[in-house]
Design a protein around this ligand. Sequence first.
Ligand SMILES: [Cu+2]
Length: 162
Amino acid sequence: MKNLSRLTLALLAAASSLAFAAGSADGVSVVDPYVRMVPPGAKATAAFMVLKNAGDKDARLVKAESGAAKVVELHNHINEGGVMKMRQVQAIDIKAKGEAALQPGGYHVMLINPTAPLKEGDKVALTLGFADGSSKNVEAVVKKPEAAPAPAAMDHGHHHKH
Ligand SMILES: [Cu+2]
């Protein structure tokens, strides 16, 4: 019984240190993460998701990492004289009790030079890093573009797509 209680104490200690380290990642949940399927040999694709912040403090996504691509960047689309262009961004803010949508035509996680072909249904592991140093692991499923939700496309055509 002595060993058991020691184990329990160790688990409790581990659990509390995890909770302490969680920070922004603790309050942020990730809804419907997916990666757009692209033809084999394509030089880039993107991951999309909705980040919901249940916490009392604003959260700031500052990086994404993945073994699925050589370079992983946070991007946004901006309308420059009627032309949609992609730009790398330093951060994506998620307001307290709010959400940030990473969707086609807007913010996305850019996956440049995929390390292996991505097939429909594959799971891509992403690690989201927040400004306070906390991080969150996400599994994004690879979807064909037509099967993937495209909220921008439903918005009466005001938004331009890629
Ligand atoms: Cu991009």
